[in-house]
Ligand binder design. Structure first.
Ligand SMILES: NC(=O)c1ccc[n+]([C@@H]2O[C@H](COP(=O)([O-])OP(=O)(O)OC[C@H]3O[C@@H](n4cnc5c(N)ncnc54)[C@H](OP(=O)(O)O)[C@@H]3O)[C@@H](O)[C@H]2O)c1
Ligand SMILES: *[C@@H]1O[C@H](CO)[C@@H](O)[C@H](O)[C@H]1NC(C)=O
Ligand SMILES: *[C@@H]1O[C@H](CO)[C@@H](O)[C@H](O)[C@H]1NC(C)=O
Ligand SMILES: *[C@@H]1O[C@H](CO)[C@@H](O)[C@H](O)[C@H]1NC(C)=O
Ligand SMILES: *[C@@H]1O[C@H](CO)[C@@H](O)[C@H](O)[C@H]1NC(C)=O
Length: 347
């Protein structure tokens, strides 16, 4: 039964992705555009700009140099047109500087680019959304965002206290800023299926996109099927999951970059395992936003538009789906809105 449903979903997805690519919309960048339910277009590939967590003390890595600015400039040169940031990443200034530099160089115009940022957990009251977005726009030095997302369905002040703010109310604040033209499209991130169903049932405005973790270990068939059925674009974060030995937690399941079955597929197309993993995610109907601040990798990651996987290869890669989450935000598991599976008693 489960296999049957998954197959059906894959078939539908392939058809949908095909249809989106057949739109005939041209983009000045490398990645084809996908039309969202509000009529705006989103590039089917983007750059992440979160520097991650310091593994020695679990705190967010802070920007020390201009590496994010340089990464975004390299990315735009390489044909990226979609950049993902968030107020909590503390990278908005550098993302904005890079974008404004590339516009000043006449390489791109603002309307060629797709810029996403996210509302943090401490600004979930309806009246807080507009000032939060205004701060984001000031940091970016831009007049509007292409996509503004509720980062998590969790309302918590920065001192750790949870507070009452129904995400339906936050969503009204998101509609307010869209109405003012400060965000062309609005969406959510890290909402689970139950939360998505409630949002759609209780609101007149559908989210244009849902951003969730998608990688070989966490292929998200149910959420993807739900979004496809409801015409919601899916953006996939942490697309490499636990592929890289130096990044993976000790207990993370395979695959890593020495996985023989993946090496065979990568060799066949003269690609890396990282590229093959990104391709697989795209063929699920998901928009990957890999992060790198390394020129060679930024360029390598988007070089995935000249090959397609076969059904047999997708079947091999489907087997790695085991529900293992990299971003589990365990510290919020006591929140009434915690969106993920809670660890079982044995773990
Ligand atoms: N909505 C959310 O809650 C949420 C959560 C997490 C992430 N995100 C977004 O999604 C983006 C991507 O996720 P992520 O940053 O967690 O993880 P990721 O993109 O899966 O992995 C990034 C890591 O992979 C390395 N890397 C990139 N390309 C590589 C390649 N071709 N070969 C070898 N190593 C490579 C990078 O190293 P270098 O940079 O050193 O090259 C970096 O350490 C984030 O940056 C952020 O924008 C959103
Ligand atoms: C965490 O560790 C990093 C590097 O070891 C250090 O730069 C940073 O200040 C630390 N943060 C906290 C809050 O201790
Ligand atoms: C946490 O922060 C909020 C908002 O700033 C404040 O109202 C609340 O009193 C603080 N709680 C504690 C325990 O510090
Ligand atoms: C890959 O598939 C897409 C969509 O079906 C098609 O447009 C494209 O030409 C294919 N590319 C290659 C290299 O086969
Ligand atoms: C989604 O999150 C809510 C709130 O934490 C939780 O009650 C529910 O069980 C979750 N649903 C799924 C499908 O994980």
């Amino acid at each position: 039964m489960r296999n049957h449903v998954t197959m059906l979903v894959l078939t539908l997805l392939t058809a949908l992705v095909g249809a989106a690519f057949a739109d005939g919309e041209t983009s000045p960048g490398v990645a084809p555009l996908i039309k969202m339910n509000d009529g705006h277009y989103i590039p089917s590939f983007g750059l992440g700009t979160w520097l991650g967590v310091d593994r020695t003390n679990g705190t967010l890595i802070q920007v020390k140099d201009d590496s994010v600015q340089r990464a975004v400039e390299i990315a735009i040169d390489a044909g990226y047109r979609h950049i993902d940031t968030a107020s909590v990443y503390n990278t908005e200034e550098q993302v904005g500087t890079a974008i404004r530099n590339k516009i000043a160089e006449n390489l791109v115009q603002r309307e060629d680019l797709f810029v996403t940022s996210k509302l943090w957990n401490d600004r979930h009251k309806r009246e807080d959304v507009l000032p939060a977005l205004q701060e984001t726009l000031t940091k970016l030095g831009l007049e509007y965002l292409d996509l503004y997302l509720i980062h998590f369905p969790i309302s918590q002040y920065n001192n750790g206290t949870y507070y009452e703010a129904d995400f339906l109310d936050t969503w009204k604040g998101m509609q307010d800023v869209r109405g003012r033209g400060l965000a062309k499209s609005i969406g959510v991130s890290n909402f689970n299926l139950t939360q998505m169903k409630r949002l759609l049932a209780m609101s007149h405005v559908k989210p244009a996109a849902l951003q969730i973790e998608v990688n070989l270990n966490l292929q998200q068939p149910e959420l993807i099927a739900y979004c496809k059925a409801n015409d919601i674009a899916i953006v996939g974060y942490t697309p490499f999951g636990s592929l890289f030995h130096n990044k993976a937690k000790k207990d993370a399941p395979p695959p890593r970059t020495d996985e023989q079955a993946l090496l065979r597929i990568a060799d066949k197309y003269h690609k890396t395992i990282a590229q093959v993993a990104l391709k697989y995610i795209m063929e699920l109907g998901v928009i990957p936003i890999p992060k790198s601040v390394t020129k060679k990798r930024i360029e390598q990651n988007i070089d995935v538009f000249d090959f397609n996987l076969t059904q047999e290869e997708r079947d091999v890669m489907k087997k790695y789906n085991n529900g293992y989450r990299v971003i589990s935000v365990d510290m919020w598991r006591d929140s009434p809105d915690y969106p993920f599976e809670k660890p079982t008693a044995q773990e």
